[in-house]
Design a protein around this ligand. Structure first.
Ligand SMILES: *Cc1c(COP(=O)(O)O)cnc(C)c1O
Length: 362
């Protein structure tokens, strides 16, 4: 079989080296004679895996000791509920929800079950390009309980690279498709959460990086499995954690360190996305309608000038091993999700195919 470059938005590609290692030790992990899936999460051996995963994640993101890392379940959508339930409790204060696209809007809709969030739209059209307002122009409420935003809208391919720096404000980020794509200053945030299946590992584990002081916002209404305090008191093992996903995510963290950490990854992600956007910009056949400063490095959305050719494009790409390029149904066109595990060669193959396809049908 030819090499396959899988551009799926999530669950997405996992580094080949990581899969290789998991395969090698699948049936006999750590000389135990069992797979890691068959070992107690309370065993010393698994606890070691869990602690190492946390340490490696802390090293990669330079997470200060004033933050706790939680490994949970329920995905990012679980956090859409957990955030207001944990942080507001019976408090009637109003949180601000920055509305930049599909996922941030989903978080807002879910929050409405628990409070009366204020929706703040930040999208505007400039010269027919979709642009997001810089944070200085976000119309936030001085007294809001917190700000929730999404730095990478996975479906629209929109990113906010500016870090949200506000005085005396709790800042919460849905980092599902942004986490580990570049280095950030954790101190600018109070709570970051991310489902694993985009840029970390298999679906089923959700990572939360939370400022310790926030954990004390104990909530009576939160189900125990979404209660930050409870999860933290039990070292993320209040209920049985998704052990395989945790282990595999740990292998991905080690792989990232081996690549040179986030500074290196960041440069590579820039190079990868530049290559693809350059191809799109240098052609009259492909279009991207997003302001350059808000273009996602993780999810590159583009349209064919002739949508009738979409299915032929997808079919021919698939035959060459370039898979899962169909855009989300809300946006149409194509979407190339190029998370950390996508090698530069994958982008080069796609660009080459795009040139060929344009010459043939353009
Ligand atoms: C995929 C995604 C979600 C949903 O994640 P689940 O783990 O399926 O709940 C939420 N937010 C963003 C930004 C995403 O990319």
């Amino acid at each position: 079989m030819n090499v396959v470059y899988n551009f799926s938005a999530g669950p997405a590609m996992i580094p080949k080296d990581v899969l290789q290692q998991a395969k090698k030790e699948l049936k006999n992990w750590n000389q135990s004679g069992s797979s890691i899936m068959e070992i107690s999460h309370r065993s010393d051996e698994f606890i070691q895996v869990a602690l190492e995963a946390e340490k490696d994640l802390r090293d990669l993101l330079m997470i200060p000791d004033s933050f706790t890392v939680l490994f949970c379940q329920g995905g990012a959508r679980g956090q859409f509920s957990a955030v207001p339930m944990n942080l507001l409790g019976n408090d009637s204060k109003i949180p601000d929800y920055i509305n930049s696209g599909y996922w941030s809007n989903c978080a807002l809709i879910e929050a409405k079950k628990y409070c009366r969030p204020k929706s703040i739209f930040i999208t505007k059209m400039i010269n027919e390009k979709i642009s997001l307002l810089p944070i200085e122009e976000w119309n936030i409420n001085k007294n809001s309980a917190y700000i929730h935003y999404c730095p990478n809208e996975t479906i629209e391919g929109l990113s906010i690279y500016q870090e949200p720096v506000f005085d005396n404000k709790i800042v919460i980020g849905d980092f599902s498709s942004f986490i580990l794509s570049r280095s950030i200053n954790i101190e600018n945030y109070d709570l970051i959460y991310a489902g694993a299946q985009k840029n970390i590992g298999p679906a089923g584990i959700t990572i939360i990086i939370i400022r310790k002081t926030l954990i004390e916002y104990y909530s009576k209404i939160s189900p125990s499995i979404l209660d930050y305090k409870k999860i933290s008191e039990h070292n993320s093992m209040f209920n049985t954690p998704p052990t395989f996903a945790w282990y595999l995510s740990g292998l991905v963290f080690k792989w990232l360190k081996k690549q040179g950490g986030l500074k290196k990854i960041e440069i590579l992600n820039q190079e990868k996305s530049d290559l693809l956007y350059k191809k799109i910009d240098n052609s009259d056949f492909y279009i991207n309608r997003i302001d350059k400063k808000n273009r996602s490095q993780m999810n590159v959305v583009f349209h064919l000038i002739e949508p009738k050719l979409n299915n032929i494009f997808l079919q021919e790409a698939f035959e060459l091993g370039l898979t899962s390029l169909r855009g989300h149904s809300l946006v149409g066109g194509m979407r190339a999700s190029i998370y950390n595990a996508m090698p530069l060669e994958g982008i080069k193959s796609l660009v080459k195919f795009m040139s060929y396809f344009e010459n043939r049908y353009g």
